[in-house]
Every structure is written in structure tokens, then in C-alpha cells.
Design a binder for this molecule. Structure first.
Ligand SMILES: Nc1ncnc2c1ncn2[C@@H]1O[C@H](COP(=O)(O)OP(=O)(O)OP(=O)(O)O)[C@@H](O)[C@H]1O
Ligand SMILES: O=C(O)C[C@@H](O)[C@H](O)C(=O)CO
Length: 638
């Protein structure tokens, strides 16, 4: 359980300039204990945060994000009187990281003993406190109270010295990045917690403030006089050294954890990652050398990425990183590691996904023209789709909508308040070669999309297309994937091969393999229904062999009659990787024609859409459970 700061990090997206010249800021959850709680959860520890957030949008964002990361929020109180704290951070050069704290009367700095629930504290195997937060008497008291309870209950007490002089009022407010100002009062305050500690971690400067002098060995000895805790000294690129017992004559006589050679991009958050990595080993009683190894690797990974909490590695990622002996100095260039990071930190898992596809544009224009209706009505009809999905889904996960920004914007906006999966098309309808709607610079376009919008791209693509056409489409898709990753959006790639040539049991699998060979890793595939079990087996095999983390496949409908779709579900549901469907015209064509023609009103249209969507939902679920039963029976028979 980590205790203390929880804020919003607003990270300059432009790198290599002054904060004055930065123009846009990425929003992440931050604050050293918050970052460590996220890092620990990603490494497989059960973690929780004790803090306060404001009753505002950012407070809610912190809660949501912690929940997504698997960090318990049972100890996160909402303070109705104060706002969530903000921190602006920038990357200027490898030695300069400007930082401004907006922490006046903010929620987390108001933490006090009333927030410390003894039972909750006793539920933890370890508590972590941070030095910076001890600058406020109320927080100091809360931390000491929590540590005392934890210690009496037999839990470990961990102290990250984490010194930010600006939050002790020792530097100008524009000097948030300053890491050291000697001050006897700070030293005295920090030393008070030492008798409670089992583990103390700090950089050389942090050891200097805690020990009360700038000779590192002397400072360590001063600390050792006050605690028998394990002491760990972080040494930036040189790794770390741990002192379980008496402080030796030379730093290198401690348990040395070698640093890793990586390009420094951003040191902010490295210490928090280091702590998470160290705890992953230490709390599971691993040898000190292993704890240091995990810690240095986590620190090095974060040093090479943008952001603090989002940069924290997962356990799977850390293991791959440690096992590899060939990594680029510029770690962000390690494509496989970046992919693993992306795939293992995406929010949520999807056992099933049933989507009402309403992102058609040309088809709605045609429907409107046929009925002589005003095209402005398309937006109204699309908004009905959200009501229909909600009627079937009733707030349950596993449902979604595909909606376009051209006519579906009102529905997209409204969908933000529901828990459903949202996909949004980027392709120019009907284009082959593939073209993008809106800006030709697809990254600029995606930068304006909310993060939870999954980018859907339909490509009319056949692996045997003429080379120039095929390559042109592939280049577009590679650009799209790059843009989606850089803007933090998931990508759903829809392949329709049947319109472009003959299709056999290998065609779609060959197309998918080609995309993997090119380096594409779409989060989702949307594929044509097929009644061939072999075709599905080939598809699944190809995906699993190339991207074990792919979220899955959804079936598209292509205006097929309902019975045909239901029959195709039976075959596809045998493959676990197929998660459901994204079907449009089969569901909406009839209702839309009658609604645009003035034959039915909104209510009747919602009834019809919901009924048809419901039929497919039931059919999919039936097909899926029949398959599960069949497999279970086969297992029993074996
Ligand atoms: N240049 C680097 N190369 C490799 N590893 C590094 C580098 N800098 C930091 N690390 C790793 O990260 C750990 C923590 O870094 P650092 O000493 O900068 O912590 P910190 O000042 O507490 O960080 P923070 O900015 O989060 O407060 C180091 O002990 C090391 O393991
Ligand atoms: O710890 C802080 O308050 C600053 C953070 O917001 C930021 O996440 C960071 O620099 C972590 O070390």
C-alpha cells in the first residue's frame, strides 16, 4: 500500500525545448506513490493507494485509471473542498526536466489521520511512504500513524526519501526540478520516521538530506545509526547498491546492482519504477541481487520513455527485457518491447464483443436520397442506435457501437457516458486504394479523437492484388498503425478480400500473415464470415503465431440475411479468438428505410434495431456456449 501524492501529470509533448515553448500536454496519473502503486500492480503485486483526490474530473480520472491498472482505490478518499493536484513536466534535454507543481491547498496534501483506517492498513503486507509528503504536518501524522499500525501488525514499512525541496518551501516555485537544498529542519523531520522503517531507498542527494551531510558514506552511516532497515542507494546510470548491514568502507562493497546502458530520454519516474521493481523481488523474499536487477531494469525502461506511470513495465515485459542481450541503446527503438508494453498495458480484456455497426456513410446517404429525406436526419437515426444497444446490453460489458465522425458525432458524444466499446472509422468509404477520411495526415486527425475510440479501418485488400495497388494500401495501413500507436488508440483492421478476388481457406490467413510480416499488430481484426472451419483454423493459427496478445476477431456482416449470419456464427464460434460480431445492415437496413421514409417513428426504430441486435446477440451466445459444451464433452471423453 502506497501512501501520499496522487495528482495529474501534464507532460509536455514537445521534446527538446523550454516549457514556455511547449504547446500540448499529455495527461497521465502521477505523484510518486501513485506511480509506484501502478508499477507494482503491473509487476504482479497486489497494490493499493491511500490518498485523497478532488471531487472533480481529474479525481475521477485517477480513480478510473487506478482501477484499470488493478490498483485498489479503497483507500482513495474524495475531498469535496479541494481540487486534484496538477504537475506540469517537460523534457528539455537529458539533464533538464522542468517541473511546476500546482499543489496549493490540493486534495492529496490534505491527507490526515482521519483517512487512515486501521483495518485497511492491517490488510497490507507492506506500506510505502514518501519523504516529500512529510513536509505537511497533517500528512506526516497520517504517515506515521499508518506506519505504526502496519509495523505493529507485522507488515513491512518502506520509505522512499524522494526529496523535492520546492514542496518544503526551500526553492523558488519555478524550481520544481531542483533535487537538493541542505536543510537541518528537513533532515530532522525525515529522520523521525527512520525507527519505523524496514527498507529505505534514495538517490545520493536524497541520502544526503536524510543523513544530514553531503558525504554519501557519512550520510549512510548517520542513517544506519537510526535504523537497522535495508538501505538502498540509487545511482542513476550506475544502478544501485544495497546495504543490509553495517555501512562498509566503500560504496562498492555493498550489494551492487549494475546499471543498464540506455539512452536517457526522461529521468522522471525512474525512481518510482525502481521502487516498484525492487519491491517485486523484496516482498517475495527474492535475493537482494535479484531485487536490484529488477529495480535497475525498471528504472532503465522508464528512463527511455515518455511519462512516468504509463512507462512502467509489466512483469512479462520485464522478463523479456532481462532475458534479451541485444537491445538498442535507444530503448524506444525496440519494436518488440514497445509492442509488448502496448499489448500488456491496454485496458481490459474482452471475452466477447458484440457490436452494432452504424459507421456506414455512403449507404446512409443512399437511403436518405431514396426516401427524399434531409441528410441532416442521418445523425438523428445514428443516435437511436445507442439507445438500441443500451436496451440490449443494459450497461453490461462486451457490447459496442461503430459510429463515424461524419454523421455519428452526436451519438459518439453521447456514447461517452456509457461503458460500451466504441469503434470509429478512418477510411474514406469505398476507397481502393485506401484513403483516409478528413485530414490526409492521419496522425493529426487521430490526435483529435478521444482515447477510447478504437480506430477502425476497412481495407478492400486481397493478398494477390497487383503489386503496386497492394503496396500502396500496405503503406497507408503502416502509416495508420504508427499514427494510432503514437496517439494511443487501439486499431481494428477490417479486411474484405472477397470483393477483390477469389477466396479460399487460405486467402484471409495469407493476408493477415502479410500484415504481420510488414510489422503490423492490429489490436483487433474484423473479418468476413465464412462457413469453412478450415479457413477459421488457418486464421486463428496465423494470428496466434504472430501476436499472442491480439485481442481477437469480430465477424462482419456485409448485409447478409440474418439466417446466413447465424449459420456462420456456428462455425466461427468454435475458434476462441473470435470474440463476436460487428454487424450493421442486417440489423438496421429495414428500420432505416422505413424511418427515413416516414413510416415509423423513433421509438419503433429503436424497438426494431434492439430486437434484431438482440437476435444476433442470442445467436452468438448460443453458438459460443454450444462450442464450449462440445469442447468440455470432448475433454471428458479424452
Ligand atoms: N541514465 C540511466 N541509465 C540507466 N538506468 C538509469 C538511468 N537513470 C536512472 N536509471 C535507473 O533508475 C533508477 C532511479 O533513477 P534516479 O536515480 O534518477 O531516481 P530518482 O531521482 O529517484 O528518479 P525520479 O525522477 O523518479 O525521482 C536508477 O537507480 C537506475 O536503476
Ligand atoms: O512525484 C511527484 O509529485 C511528481 C510527479 O507528479 C511525477 O509523476 C514524477 O516526477 C514522479 O517522480
Amino acid at each position: 500500500m502506497t501512501i501520499g501524492r496522487s495528482c495529474i501529470d501534464l507532460y509536455g509533448e514537445q521534446v527538446g525545448g523550454r516549457l514556455e515553448d511547449m504547446a500540448s500536454f499529455a495527461k497521465y496519473i502521477g505523484g510518486s506513490p501513485t506511480n509506484t502503486a501502478v508499477g507494482a500492480a503491473r509487476l504482479g503485486l497486489r497494490s493499493g493507494l491511500l490518498s485523497r483526490v478532488g471531487a472533480d474530473h481529474f479525481g475521477r480520472f485517477i480513480r478510473e485509471q487506478l482501477a484499470r491498472e488493478g490498483v485498489s482505490t479503497a483507500g482513495v478518499a474524495t475531498d469535496p473542498e479541494r481540487l486534484t493536484a496538477l504537475v506540469f513536466l517537460g523534457i528539455r534535454d537529458p539533464d533538464t526536466f522542468p517541473l511546476i507543481f500546482y499543489r496549493e491547498n490540493c486534495a492529496d496534501m490534505a491527507l490526515d489521520v482521519s483517512d487512515v483506517d486501521p483495518d485497511y492498513i492491517r490488510s497490507a503486507g507492506a506500506v510505502l511512504i514518501n519523504g516529500t509528503h512529510l513536509s505537511r504536518p497533517n500528512v506526516f501524522d497520517a504517515c506515521v500513524h499508518a506506519c505504526t499500525i502496519a509495523s505493529q501488525a507485522g507488515a513491512k514499512v518502506v520509505f522512499d526519501i524522494d526529496y523535492r525541496p520546492v514542496l518544503w518551501g526551500l526553492t523558488g516555485r519555478d524550481m520544481g526540478e531542483n533535487r537538493f537544498v541542505a536543510d537541518d529542519a528537513v533532515t530532522a523531520r525525515l529522520q523521525q520516521v527512520l525507527p519505523l522503517c524496514d527498507l529505505v531507498v534514495g538517490t545520493e542527494e536524497e541520502v544526503h538530506i536524510l543523513g544530514g551531510g553531503t558525504d554519501t558514506l557519512a550520510a549512510l552511516r548517520a542513517i544506519r545509526e537510526r535504523t537497522s532497515a535495508l538501505l538502498v542507494l540509487k545511482r542513476g546510470p550506475h544502478g544501485c547498491v544495497a546495504f543490509p548491514d553495517a555501512i562498509p568502507a566503500r560504496l562498492d562493497d555493498g550489494v551492487v546492482g549494475e546499471g543498464l546502458q540506455v539512452e536517457v530520454f526522461n529521468v522522471l519516474g525512474a525512481g518510482d519504477a525502481f521502487m516498484a521493481g525492487f519491491l517485486r523481488g523484496w516482498l517475495r523474499d527474492e535475493p537482494l541481487a535479484a531485487c536490484c536487477r529488477y529495480a535497475n531494469a525498471c528504472g532503465a525502461i522508464v528512463v527511455s520513455r515518455h511519462g512516468c506511470s504509463p512507462a512502467m513495465p509489466t512483469w512479462e515485459e520485464l522478463q523479456v527485457f532481462l532475458a534479451s542481450d541485444q537491445r538498442p541503446f535507444r530503448l524506444r527503438d525496440d519494436v518488440a518491447l514497445e509492442q509488448l508494453h502496448w499489448a500488456t498495458t491496454r485496458a481490459g480484456d474482452w471475452d466477447e464483443l458484440m457490436v452494432l455497426a452504424m459507421d456506414h456513410r455512403s449507404q446512409f446517404e443512399a437511403l436518405c436520397a431514396q426516401a427524399g429525406a434531409d441528410p441532416a436526419r442521418i445523425a438523428t437515426f445514428k443516435a437511436l442506435a445507442l439507445r438500441a444497444v443500451d436496451r440490449v446490453a443494459r450497461g453490461q460489458p462486451g457490447f459496442g457501437l461503430l459510429l463515424d465522425g461524419r454523421y455519428g458525432m452526436r451519438a459518439l458524444e453521447a456514447a461517452a457516458d456509457y461503458p460500451y466499446w466504441i469503434g470509429r472509422p478512418i477510411e474514406m468509404p469505398g476507397s481502393r486504394p485506401l484513403d483516409f477520411e478528413s485530414s490526409p495526415d492521419v496522425a493529426t486527425e487521430l490526435a483529435t479523437w478521444p482515447r477510447n475510440h478504437v480506430v477502425k479501418c476497412l481495407a478492400f485488400y486481397h493478398p494477390d492484388d497487383p503489386d503496386d495497388l497492394r503496396e500502396r494500401q500496405e503503406r497507408q495501413l503502416l502509416r495508420l498503425q504508427d499514427a494510432a500507436r503514437k496517439t494511443g488508440h487501439e486499431l481494428l483492421l477490417e479486411i474484405i478480400a472477397a470483393r477483390a478476388g477469389a477466396v479460399d481457406d487460405h486467402t484471409v490467413a495469407r493476408a493477415i500473415q502479410r500484415f504481420y510480416d510488414l510489422g503490423m499488430r492490429p489490436d483487433w481484426w474484423k473479418l468476413e464470415p465464412s462457413d469453412s472451419a478450415d479457413a477459421w483454423r488457418n486464421i486463428e493459427r496465423t494470428i496466434v503465431a504472430n501476436d499472442a496478445h491480439c485481442r481477437g476477431v469480430v465477424l462482419l456482416g456485409l448485409s447478409a440475411p440474418e439466417e446466413e449470419l447465424v449459420a456462420s456464427f456456428q462455425v466461427a464460434a468454435a475458434r476462441p479468438l473470435v470474440k463476436g460480431f460487428a454487424v450493421g445492415r442486417t440489423i438496421f437496413a429495414d428500420a432505416a428505410a422505413r424511418w427515413f421514409g416516414g413510416e415509423i417513428d423513433d421509438e419503433a426504430a429503436v424497438d426494431d434495431l434492439a430486437a434484431r441486435f438482440g437476435v444476433l446477440v442470442e445467436a452468438w451466445r448460443r453458438a459460443r456456449s454450444a462450442n464450449i459444451e462440445r469442447h468440455a464433452a470432448a475433454d471428458c471423453a479424452r
